[in-house]
Design a protein around this ligand. Sequence first.
Ligand SMILES: Cc1cc2nc3c(=O)[nH]c(=O)nc-3n(C[C@H](O)[C@H](O)[C@H](O)COP(=O)(O)O)c2cc1C
Length: 355
Amino acid sequence: MSTLLDTRITELLGCKYPIIQTAMGWVADPKLVAATGNAGGFGFLAGATIPPEQMEANILEVKSLTDANFGVNFHMYQPNAAEIIDLVIKHGVKAVSYSRSPGKEMVARLKEAGVVCMPTVGLPKHAIKAVEMGADAVAVQGGEGGGHTGAIPTTLLLPQVVDAVGDKVPVLGAGGFKDGRGLLAALAYGADGIAMGTRFLLTKESPVPEATKQRYLACKDPGAIIRSEALDGLPQRMILNDFLSELEKAGPLKKLIIALRNGLAFRKFTGASMTSLLRSALAMTSSGDITKSQAIMAANAPMIIQKAMVDGRPDEGVLPSGQVAGVIDELLSCEDLIRSIVDEAESRFAKMGNA
Ligand SMILES: Cc1cc2nc3c(=O)[nH]c(=O)nc-3n(C[C@H](O)[C@H](O)[C@H](O)COP(=O)(O)O)c2cc1C
């Protein structure tokens, strides 16, 4: 209809619309990524929470389901980061996203192979650094976004990042987007498109079990989707369910008990026996050393997230989510979601032009 939605990002990623489905651990699987691509968006596979052999199978599965371009997400601290990069290059994956840069040499290797490097950043200075390291585009996530997130809202952060690096690389707004109004607003801020996590989690194709999706939909208050450090020591946005409330209030000993209840992953982490762990936990409470307890909790975080996101028990685990879940009422197919965003952005834009 218009060239409104042909931006630098659609050109760079080779997709129809400037609508990106971001990587989400345990959520962004091949079917979701392919459905996004088939609907004209661009999807990223989650690579931080799966073994490399499964990553290769996932890449091949996306390719069997769509001809659309797609990307892979990973983070530099995961032990298999180099293997993921090898797979991306081997299979000609179009783009990678990451939240901490894999280092100049790795970025150079990816770029030499023609892979688009698109980190997520949370501050203008990180955007500048990412571009210096070779990023081809940046997604900037405001504090209302899901998963690990900063404190500054998208409305303040996005224009700052556009001013800082927008003349060099395309910028995507992330955090709090769900519809065509949001896309148009992002474009008005000077962005080249939007990246959404939570809205894609709440689609028909998302692999999250139905009981957990319904728990997200039942949350009608964006204020009840809080930023908490209780899970792994870093601010992460999650729906405040009973489990998270318990975690928020828990002292070091209680955290250890919760960790124990959640499958003893910490034993692998510390190599310690149960008795010695309990002894050190008791010592911890008297010395006020919370760091060790937090580390044990962090080691358990993946298992706790999986309870909700994979096993379908939303009250027994945590629910990483953007605040936008509080204003999402229904599950849509990726096709209907992207079509409605495009239609709304174009019709509102037309109306504004005629006002
Ligand atoms: C369930 C969930 C899991 C996430 N996992 C990851 C991840 O593994 N890697 C990552 O870079 N970002 C992750 N994020 C952040 C998203 O990629 C995205 O930046 C964020 O959801 C954008 O905000 P929105 O939820 O308001 O759309 C996750 C977000 C959610 C909701």
